[in-house]
Design a protein around this ligand. Structure first.
Ligand code: UGY
Ligand code: MN
Length: 253
């Protein structure tokens, strides 16, 4: 239906809300048999790129210019990379962390969708790395379904699953957060880290700076550093999102 110029999408100084009706698909170097929806990139002021990559059967994505985290949204795929002879099998909920220059090819067996986060790596100073027993990050392949949740601020209705280990070696965090119906963040957060957020299930109200947005599965949000933020889940099913944040580094590093 023609929406006569109306959309929920919004672009403000310190945040972006992008709803699927405004997504633009583009080709990308390293991507064959598919298209990329680049949700956020340095062009808007972010220090990372987050995209959704849509692959047709046999479509392939190979390594990009930086370290990468992928999270499978839909489909069946293989990940070929040099640390293991046999390709890894990936399906919805599978994820992989791939360090900078770690050669890889992700190939779709069926029509698939992946969340992809690319971020230039900020290494720890070698002295700090030894002090904190935080070696250079290595490849990780896992399944979100196998992760044990923690509860944000002890709230049993707000489950956090960390895709990356709690080591200072990593310069970002990526978690899923699952809110029981009616659950909410216990505070308005204001922090120096930025966020990329993909709403996976359910929905609610996202407060971003001085605006309150109805938000639902499929939406993408970017929160710039210090963007005031709060979420409350609305509806009869849980709300769940995948959330990126820069982490573990001095702000002047
Ligand atoms: O990790 C976070 O900062 C997270 N609690 N923020 C958010 O959900 N907007
Ligand atoms: Mn936050």
């Amino acid at each position: 239906m023609q929406e006569l110029g109306h959309t929920r999408s919004a672009h403000r100084r310190d945040h972006l809300l992008l709803t699927p009706d405004t997504f633009i698909r583009t080709p990308l170097p390293g991507l064959t048999g598919g298209m990329a929806i680049v949700h956020v990139a340095p062009q808007v002021g972010a220090a990372f790129t987050q995209m959704t990559v849509e692959l047709d059967p046999n479509g392939t994505l190979i390594q990009g210019p930086s370290q990468r985290l992928i999270y499978v949204l839909e489909g069946k795929l293989t990940l070929t990379e040099p640390s293991q002879k046999k390709p890894h099998k990936l399906a919805a909920g599978s994820y992989a962390y791939l360090p900078t220059e770690h050669a890889h090819a992700i190939t779709a067996l069926t029509k698939s969708r992946l969340a992809v986060i690319d971020k230039p790596f900020l290494p720890l100073d070698p002295f700090e790395a030894e002090l904190h027993n935080a070696p250079f990050p290595e490849i990780i392949v896992g399944r979100e379904q196998d992760l044990t949740p923690t509860f944000l601020n002890g709230d049993p209705d707000l489950e956090v699953r960390a895709l990356l280990p709690a080591s200072l070696g990593f310069d970002f965090a990526c978690n899923t957060m699952t809110y029981a119906p009616g659950a909410a963040l216990s505070q308005v957060e204001i922090h120096y880290m930025e966020h990329g957020l993909l709403m996976l299930q359910g929905g609610g109200i996202y407060r971003l700076n001085d605006s309150w947005y109805p938000t639902t599965a499929g939406d993408f949000i970017w929160m710039a550093p210090y963007c005031p933020q709060w979420f409350g889940a609305i509806g009869k099913t849980p709300a769940k999102y995948l959330i990126y944040k820069d982490f573990n580094r001095h702000t002047l590093a």
